[in-house]
Design a protein around this ligand. Structure first.
Ligand code: PCA
Length: 210
């Protein structure tokens, strides 16, 4: 059993990206799964290229992409990726697509097929904040999530994949929520175990969405 996990390089003047630090903190084997770790540059084109070639190379049963989202107050599995690049700022090599469809022959949106409600419940059971996010934005994270979903639908229908955004580990002001890296690592490990073992995501959850 293989799980491909990705994290992004720092962007937007951040010195670190918690998703990359989480990636480096994960074990190589978790329970019955081999964890394949793939760092991604925060770049539209190359970020998507690297994750899709890692999928073709390793043929994992599961893919989990992780990214940073400033302002989020918890660990947030994404519900959906949309067929749109509309960058509010340039990526790490200056690309800033506006109002661009990602794949003309792709669906308008793809829903993650990870057990996101159960993931949220299990992270909350650790005592950590977690809720489902209904928008991965229209920047590099949504782009990568969309490309993985597109590939899955076209080529790997048995694969399970999705995206989780995590808060920043530090803030320059009191109003931006943060979470400790160790807590985020624990939350992501529980998410991975939930992916491996969930049978049915049809659970009732209080306040599942942001
Ligand atoms: N977050 C950005 C891109 C890289 C990252 O970690 C985003 O949410 O699109």
């Amino acid at each position: 059993m293989k799980i491909l996990v990705t994290g992004f390089t720092p962007f937007d003047n951040h010195e670190r990206n918690p998703s990359l630090d989480i990636l480096h903190s994960l074990p190589d084997v978790l329970d019955v799964a081999e964890i394949i770790k793939q760092p991604l540059p925060t770049e539209f084109e190359r970020g998507a290229q690297l994750v899709t070639s890692a999928i073709d190379k390793h043929q994992p049963e599961f893919v989990l992409n992780i990214g940073q989202s400033d302002g989020r107050s918890g660990i947030t599995p994404e519900l959906v990726a949309v067929n749109l690049d509309d960058a509010r700022m340039p990526d790490n090599i200056g690309a800033q697509p506006k109002n661009q469809v990602i794949h003309a022959d792709g669906e308008t949106e793809y829903f993650s097929n990870l057990p996101i409600k159960t993931i949220v419940r299990n992270i909350r059971d650790l005592g950590l904040a977690s809720f489902i996010s209904t928008s991965a934005g229209s920047y590099v994270c949504n782009h990568v999530m969309y490309e993985v979903q597109y590939l899955m639908h076209k080529k790997y229908p048995n694969m399970k994949s999705g995206f989780i955004h995590v808060p920043s580990n530090y803030s320059d002001n009191d109003s931006t929520p943060t979470m400790a890296l160790d807590d985020e690592v624990d939350g992501i490990k529980i998410a991975l175990l939930t992916m491996l073992y969930h049978l049915d995501d049809n659970i009732t959850l209080d306040h599942p969405y942001d």
